[in-house]
Design a protein around this ligand. Structure first.
Ligand SMILES: [Zn+2]
Length: 168
């Protein structure tokens, strides 16, 4: 694979993610192995064009939103599976697309630019209950699709406890 594609992005700067967790194994070479050359090139153009809007390191997966041609950005999830790259996207391609390439290349070059999702999740454990409840209500109000997911989780938890008094 051509080396001319490599730029200095992230080189020599602090690389928070390097060496931490299995996802540190994701390299540019791995991205180039997993996707065809045109896809990697388009992904690189997206990355350099600032199309990656959000990038989160969840520890066992990377998540991001990548702006494509539609007005709504696409959601991308990347994992390691069987020693290779597994990448899903909400675009019509569904997987291993240029949006996936953009996020994977961003991680390979500059993991420090990803939000440390694990740290955010850990910090929730230190929050006061009242603050946590208030924030959670705020999130559920601002995105009712989360509210529906939360309701389903509550119902599952109730069923798990063997309760037969499901509210209808
Ligand atoms: Zn896509």
């Amino acid at each position: 694979m051509p080396d001319g594609r490599r730029r200095g992005a992230g080189d020599g700067q602090e690389r928070r993610g390097r060496g931490r967790g299995p996802l540190a194994a994701i390299s540019e070479a791995m991205v180039e192995d997993a996707m065809d050359e045109r896809t990697v090139e388009k992904g690189e153009a997206y990355l350099e064009g600032g199309n990656v809007l959000d990038a989160v390191d969840l520890g066992d997966a990377l998540w991001g939103r990548v702006q494509g041609r539609q007005s709504e950005p696409y959601g991308v999830t990347i994992r390691l599976s069987g020693g290779g790259l597994s990448a899903r996207c909400s675009c019509p391609m569904e997987a291993m697309c240029k949006h996936c390439a953009a996020l994977a290349l961003m991680w390979a070059r500059n993991p420090g630019s990803f939000v440390d999702g694990g740290a955010v999740l850990r910090s929730i454990e230190e929050m006061e209950r009242d603050e946590l409840v208030s924030r959670l209500k705020g999130f559920l109000r601002s995105d009712p699709s989360l509210l529906i997911g939360f309701r389903d989780a509550l119902q599952e938890a109730r069923e798990g406890q063997g309760s037969e008094t499901l509210a209808r």
